[in-house]
Design a protein around this ligand. Structure first.
Ligand code: C2E
Ligand code: MG
Ligand code: MG
Length: 755
């Protein structure tokens, strides 16, 4: 195979250099090119000139390039030159590129032949092409870099936008903005602060490029101060390359070593709410217009994030408000029945086998009475107080809820009924602490039922059991704690049945008054009649009040019973007027009925209906009814009194201890309770009490009637002691209207006895 001509080999070797083009920049490439040319042609000097300037030269020291000589050589293709230090040289030149670059090759000794001349031209051409390619490459490299930068910027912004749209916490978004700014702007410190967005967003601050404790300090700087403060107060981007001087001019102590700073405002709802600032410690650093642009974009993103977070905040607030309203009681802010049941359900589901769960069902005693007597706002205050006392009485892990009205609940995880009973005792103790509302002192008590979870019991059932136990606490005298047991449920059902029966009985007119006379022991004649209700039960026969009164009182049905007794009593009395025109009748009033403001109208209407004067009617009230000692009670008593109606205090001495009401209220008579009458003639204490009551009544000008007189000895003692009115089995039991009419018409007296 014929060997390749010399020049071809040289050119091929020369071209190899450019295969490395990708890795070479323009400078390196021309250096290697002139080396190769010199080697290929055995030349002393190789130079590259652009226009009049030598851009590269091999063969002379850098400070001794004979520019003029080379320029001359470049202008002609061949020449022979005298070069200082070398002597006579042959020169050949060739255009490297169209851009005015020329290669000059000088060689001492042999002149260049044709082949060599062609080689020089080829090499110059190749170099020219390579240089153009490198220029392009550099250009495109720069372009690529710029593109990459832009891509990075937009990636970074997109990332921030994404975290905003994904509803990342505001702090997280802010952190990504400061981090992004630090990277995009090659800043040493980036700070971002937002204020005045209400709770939560208020304290948002993010700091990049600063040690941890810097954040607290950063937060403490007023936003409108210092150099960055101008962005806040003026609402524009501010920038300085001489931060120490600018900060000092503004009277603030500049941060050490900071050289350049720029800051941009953050907006929300048309107002400036924050500032983002970037700082550089690099000496001579200037933030360029494109960098200002980037900061403005980042500030826009911060504004967007803040606006979004504020909107979400407001939405969440209102959603939470709605959710809270739906799950909590408006008055006490305690969880409501639904929530309580859910909590019990949750506890039942999540409590390990063998770990107990107890529920306390709490009902405020006589709450309805307080409510009726002092008004609803007073009642509300009582309930709020009950809620707060409950919270303070229970353990941290216990849940307090309000079920309805005056019914509260405590869900106590992890404790048995026995321990829950102790907890309940603490609750009852708390409740009985003195309470003053609107200057009115009162004392509360609660009845508490306790029930413990058992296998297979639902939340409803567990709560139901506690309710049943609470019911028992009520019926066994209130102000106490009762633990649930199975029999209680049956009783509950019985009571529910009874309530139903009472309602039906009322409609069927089964409740009727019987009448028991009280006697005037001096004249031996009937003094007055007491109406005592009886229930003509369709299957159980005649029932006394102890069979139904308590339940009727609890359920409020007593009001209807009292009304029908009052009506029927007045009707009968009107009928008996012809037998005894002065005969009076006393009717018992329940607390409930008494607290009803409509009672005045009802009594007035009833008296009018039967054409009776009010003085023919006594109303029996108990000490507890007047204990309230308030304006409403007085008003009711006075209104009724103005109708001529008089009042007797029933069971005197067994109730409230204050006697103030005797003075304040229009009381006409005291009824000495049977408890004291029992011991007359035999018990010195009873005798002393009764003597005192008789004297007291006498002193106040009240009549006094002894109740439950059963023996002649008691009667004798009363006569001796100056008590002239008496009522009791000794004279007569309560009898039906018909039986009483017979007695009245036969004018039976104490002496010949009734029945
Ligand atoms: P109270 O008003 O103190 O009535 C007296 C109670 O003592 C009556 O019982 C009466 O039958 C009974 N009693 C009378 N004399 C004697 C006696 O010598 N010995 C004994 N052991 N008992 C005697 P009752 O009728 O069972 O009524 C009980 C309570 O029920 C009443 O006590 C009263 O507080 C209430 N009550 C009765 N009727 C009504 C009514 O129509 N409305 C309201 N709200 N309460 C009523
Ligand atoms: Mg009575
Ligand atoms: Mg009585």
């Amino acid at each position: 195979m014929p060997s390749a001509p010399w020049s071809t080999v040289q050119l091929a070797e020369f071209l190899e250099v450019f295969e490395l083009l990708e890795m070479l920049d323009g400078v390196n490439m021309t250096r290697i090119a002139v080396d190769r040319v010199a080697a290929a042609l055995d030349a002393e000097v190789v130079a590259l000139l652009i226009d009049e300037t030598v851009v590269r030269c091999l063969g002379f020291p850098a400070d001794a390039v004979p520019v003029k000589l080379l320029r001359n050589a470049a202008e002609v293709r061949f020449s022979i030159l005298q070069v200082p230090g070398i002597g006579e040289v042959h020169s050949v030149s060739a255009a490297v590129s169209t851009a005015g670059c020329t290669m000059v090759v000088l060689r001492a000794g042999n002149p260049f032949d044709k082949e060599e001349e062609t080689l020089v031209r080829s090499m110059a051409r190749a170099l020219g092409l390579a240089m153009t390619a490198t220029d392009r490459l550099t250009e495109s490299r720069m372009l690529a870099e710029r593109l990459a930068e832009r891509q990075y910027l937009s990636d970074r912004l997109a990332q921030i936008q994404k975290s905003i749209s994904h509803r990342a916490p505001l702090q997280e978004v802010m952190d990504s903005i400061t981090q992004g700014a630090a990277e995009l702007l090659s800043a040493d410190v980036v700070g971002l602060r937002v204020v005045g967005l209400g709770e939560g967003a208020d304290a948002i601050a993010s700091l990049a490029g600063y040690p941890g404790e810097g954040l607290a300090h950063f937060r403490s700087i007023p936003l409108d101060q210092g150099f960055s403060g101008r962005a806040f107060t003026e609402g524009v981007l501010v920038s300085t390359m001489d931060f120490p001087a600018d900060a000092a001019a503004l009277g603030s102590a500049p941060e050490a070593f900071i050289e350049a700073v720029m800051a941009a405002p953050v907006h929300h709802d048309g107002h400036i709410v924050g500032v983002i600032n970037v700082a550089s410690r690099e000496v001579g650093r200037i933030f360029t217009p494109p960098e200002e642009e980037i900061l403005l974009r980042l500030a826009d993103h911060a504004s967007l994030a803040v606006t979004d977070a504020a909107a979400i905040h407001a939405l969440r607030d209102s959603l939470e408000g709605e959710r809270f309203k739906a799950s909590h009681d408006a008055l006490t802010a305690l969880p409501n029945r639904t929530t309580v049941l859910e909590m019990i359900e949750y506890e039942l589901d999540h409590t390990a086998r063998g770990v107990p769960l107890s529920v306390l069902y709490i009902d405020v005693d006589r709450f309805k009475l307080l409510n009726d007597m002092y008004g609803h706002s007073f009642g509300d205050r009582v309930l709020i107080e009950v809620a707060s006392r409950l919270r303070s009485a229970v353990r941290e892990e216990d849940l307090v809820g309000r079920l309805a009205g005056d019914e509260f609940v405590v869900v106590a995880p992890g404790i048995s009924a026995e321990d829950a009973e102790a907890l309940a005792q603490r609750v009852t103790y708390q409740m009985t602490q003195p309470l003053v509302i609107d200057g009115r002192g009162t004392q509360l008590s609660v009845s508490v039922g306790v029930a413990e979870s058992a296998a297979g019991l639902s939340s409803e059932e567990l709560l139901g059991n506690a309710d049943v136990a609470m019911y028992r606490a009520k019926t066994s005298g209130r102000d106490c704690v009762v633990c649930y047991d199975v029999q209680m449920r049956d009783e509950m059902f019985k009571r529910a049945d009874l309530e139903q029966e009472i309602s039906l009985g009322l409609k069927a007119g089964e409740f009727v008054p019987f009448f028991q006379p009280s006697m005037n022991l001096e004249t031996g004649k009937v003094h007055s009649l007491e109406a005592l209700v009886r229930w003509n039960h369709p299957t159980r026969g005649l029932l006394a009040p102890d069979a139904f009164l308590e339940l009727a009182e609890e359920t409020g049905l007593i009001v209807e019973i009292d009304k029908s007794v009052l009506d029927e009593s007045c009707r009968q009395l009107a009928g008996w007027t012809r037998l005894n025109p002065d005969l009076t009748i006393s009717v018992n009033l329940s607390v409930r009925h008494f607290a009803h403001p409509e009672i005045v109208d009802f009594v007035a209407e009833t008296l009018a209906k039967y054409r009776l004067h009010g003085s023919r009617l006594w109303l029996e009230i108990t000490e507890s009814m007047v204990m309230a000692n308030d304006a409403m009670t007085l008003e009711i008593l006075r209104s009724l009194r103005s109708l001529g109606v008089r009042f007797m205090v029933d069971d005197f001495g067994t109730g409230y201890s204050s006697l103030v009401y005797l003075k304040r209220y229009p009381i006409g008579a005291l009824k000495i309770d049977r408890e004291f009458v029992d011991g007359l003639g035999s018990d010195l204490e009873d005798e002393a009490i009764v003597t005192a009551i008789i004297r007291l009544a006498d002193a106040l000008g009240h009549e006094v009637i002894a109740e439950g007189v059963e023996t002649a000895a008691q009667q004798e003692w009363l006569v001796q002691s100056g008590c002239i009115y008496a009522q009791g089995f000794l004279f007569s039991k309560a009898v039906s209207a018909d039986a009483l009419e017979v007695l009245l018409s036969t004018a039976v007296t104490v002496e010949n006895g009734f029945l």
